[in-house]
Design a protein around this ligand. Structure first.
Ligand code: SF4
Length: 250
């Protein structure tokens, strides 16, 4: 409980102190990079994810670019670790919302086109290492790779600062239906082929855990990567998170 009064802001715990399972995606994608959650800087975690990606993937290229904005901090970490320069190869239209949260595929397709544009003078003829935070359905990533190739990129090597999302989230994040998750049915090589990238690397789960060194790794939820749901409800219905929430409301 947070109380705001004339004396300032105070926070009081009021529930039982049971096992924590904070969403790791706050550090990967949701939170603002200038946030500090449970003592862990989101910026520092994302920067480390980029450094770990560079160590794990070892991709060589001419430039590192990000899918703005959520991939940018990790991309700067990749550049720092690898010594390959970070440049802006994609520009975001800041008036369009987040793509994977759009409710229908048609809306998601339209938003990608409206949302991003490749800078030809930056990427043409280059071997491009592109850093993004996640691949959910794969359609957005495929469009971005295609956009870069259309703008003349010689190669696109994609690095993802989350492990493959193979399981739905039952706790309110709209990656609800397992059959829509590309990593639920395809191997990394099949995903690479689907999105048209020249290579593809997802950060390892252990590598990801090492990036949030200020929090206890056991206090986090990683269920969409490893299906270790922190509460029993998450294990039951094979499908739609909305089902779970409807059941709870009843
Ligand atoms: S399943 Fe994934 S998105 Fe959902 S709370 Fe756990 S880590 Fe976060």
């Amino acid at each position: 409980m947070v109380v705001i009064d004339d004396s300032g802001v105070k926070s009081y715990p009021f529930a039982m102190n049971e096992k924590k399972a904070s969403c790791i995606f706050e550090y990967i994608y949701f939170a603002r990079p200038d946030s500090v959650i449970d003592g862990q800087s989101v910026h520092d975690a994302r920067f480390m994810m980029g450094r770990v990606l560079a160590r794990e993937a070892k991709f060589k290229g001419d430039i590192v670019i990000s899918v703005p904005d959520s991939g940018t901090t990790a991309a700067t970490g990749y550049a720092y670790e690898s010594g390959i320069p970070f440049v802006e190869g994609l520009i975001k239209n800041r008036y369009i919302g987040r793509t994977f949260i759009q409710p229908t595929q048609k809306k998601r397709d339209t938003s990608v086109k409206l949302k991003l544009n490749a800078i030809r003078s930056v990427v043409a003829g280059k071997s491009v290492i592109m850093v993004d935070d996640s691949i959910v359905r794969g359609t957005t990533s495929g469009k971005i790779v295609n956009m870069l190739k259309q703008a003349g990129a010689k190669e696109v090597h994609m690095c993802i600062s989350s492990p493959p999302i193979g399981y739905p989230c039952y706790y309110g994040i709209d990656t609800s239906v397992r059959k829509e998750l590309i990593a639920a049915t395809k191997s990394v090589e099949e995903i690479r082929e689907f999105i048209g990238a020249d290579s593809l690397h997802f950060i390892s789960l252990e590598g990801l855990k090492s990036c949030v060194s200020e929090v206890n790794a056991d206090d986090m939820c990683y269920a969409c990567f490893n299906s270790a749901y922190p509460i029993a409800d998450g294990e039951k219905p094979a499908g739609d998170s909305k089902y779970v929430f409807e059941q709870r409301k009843k």
